[in-house]
Design a protein around this ligand. Sequence first.
Ligand SMILES: [Zn+2]
Length: 160
Amino acid sequence: MSKEVLSPVLIPVYTCQICRQTITLKGPPIIGEAQEARNARVGQALAAHLGKNHQDDMRTIFLTSPYLSGWLIFEKFDHNDSYIKSKSEEFRRKLRAMTKRINVTDELIEQQVQKNCLMFSGPQQETVIQLLKTLRDTLEEVQTPNTATSADQAAPLAAD
Ligand SMILES: [Zn+2]
């Protein structure tokens, strides 16, 4: 059984993605501090930076937070409330888009097929490429006019 070894980080540095300012915790490290307490201190320091320097972004975060808890609550129930269904689905899609880390582009698919699918050529390769693009679009819930739902036409969230 292997044991994961984490590299020690003596002084964590947080760089704001908006202004590139670095933020560090004030004061010396607290020996024996519970991770949750430390996380709370970090969250407070980062929130203070956003609140002081990026008020629009902080406002968006605060406006979005109730939608997350609302979505989590509504997802625990079966119901026939179409308005809540459409808003809940709209929020889920936005949250998914906001948290997505990998973007599979057409170019990436084409390069990978050309590099790794040497057993196929010409029209066969195009079929594989199209199949992978369709699979990607399905996984990413890309909407075409034929698959658009009423949730897609709903008004944007206040957090936009
Ligand atoms: Zn900043």
